[in-house]
Ligand binder design. Sequence first.
Ligand code: SF4
Ligand code: SF4
Length: 445
Amino acid sequence: MTENNACPIDAFQQRLAQLDETALDQARATLVSKWSYAAEVYARACVHCGLCSDSCHYFLIDPSKESVPAYRLKLVTDVFACHQSKSRKISGARELDRNTVDEWIDCLFGRCTLCNRCGLNCSVGINIAQMIRIGRSVLAASRLVPPELQSTVDAAVNTGNNMAISREEWFETIDWLNGELQQEVGDPQACLPLDRAGATILYAVNPREVKFFPLSLLAAAKIFHTAGENWTFSKEYYDVTNYALFSGDDTIGGMLSSRLIETARKLGVRTLVLGECGHGFKATRWDAPEWLGQTPDIEIKSVLEVVEDYIRQGRIRLDPRLNSKRVTLHDPCNLVRNGGIVEQSRAILKAGVSDFVEMIPNRLQNYCCGGGGGQLSMTRYAKRRLAAGKVKADQIAATGAKIVVAPCHNCIDQLSELNRDYKLGVEVKTVCEMVADAIVGTPAS
Ligand code: SF4
Ligand code: SF4
């Protein structure tokens, strides 16, 4: 939300300039309140081995002190040591003051995608991304989230989706897609249902699909139709994204996830199916129970789990010869390393493409594309984001692939920019688009 109707960036600078002791005290209290037993253990565990450095795509491109994951970790833990243990002198303890806030914003928001590749490779198992996110949470509670990221969160809160798409535009897109689907599957009854009570599946998608990539919605609709699925979109809450995961605001994160869960409950559907969005999956499947303090009483699945089941059960049949170009797969960090959806994309692509090649490294050890953690929205750090993306660009080039598949629209945006800047000459597609291109046969009965 902007302050005083000023432009968001001005309001942010103003807020920074006005940071006084009262505001800093509030931030210090938030830090102490956010601290958990796990955080306390992590804070004391670093053995300064330096092994996390080479895990980070920022460090590989810019081996400066600020790019070392353990340095970012220390930025948070040193401040905690200062404010949690006022009476004890702890070496390295650092006051949360204006200088620290500036450095936190630059390092915790501007030099990290929360991909946690560093945490996976930490010699003592510190979840470094989780600690960096605690720092972001403190900044969020002090209204010091970079305004471009905050406005994405605000749009979702105020309009129901992060791109502020109006209901009219949503309905018009669905109307247009109904005609496209009918033509595609040769069935005048085929449609993309809205608010169908009692459907088996409620499907949530990235608003970018509605605005810029409607053909990925068409691909998913073709799959559901062919599988004979009883599915629906919601008229109101269809946004799978949750940028509060990146801003660090747990309250808003819980609220956005609960909208989807509540919508599913009201429609009486059995399963909330999350479209191809890495962070949306992590937020709704794994973080929402934490944020909301309860486990949702509906099933929550990734669309990749659902499509893999359709193939295994014979509900859709694929002819891999229809996808004959060489294909590689990008593993979105929040879906794979931090989400547990590892083999499903591979099983689907192996059934639906004839020349599949892995990037090296892959699966849990994949490199972040550089677009996560809210980086795509924080345009002030775009140069760094694209520079750090060279690690992923080099991985792609080494595969010789003509198509890069990414089951995440955030990653697709970043990969598309890398494709342009590093002249990779590839197409970037979703898993559902590849599946829709390979479908043969008629709808399952
Ligand atoms: S979470 Fe990812 S981007 Fe952030 S410090 Fe670790 S490896 Fe680097
Ligand atoms: S790998 Fe872990 S223990 Fe080693 S320096 Fe990095 S954070 Fe510290």
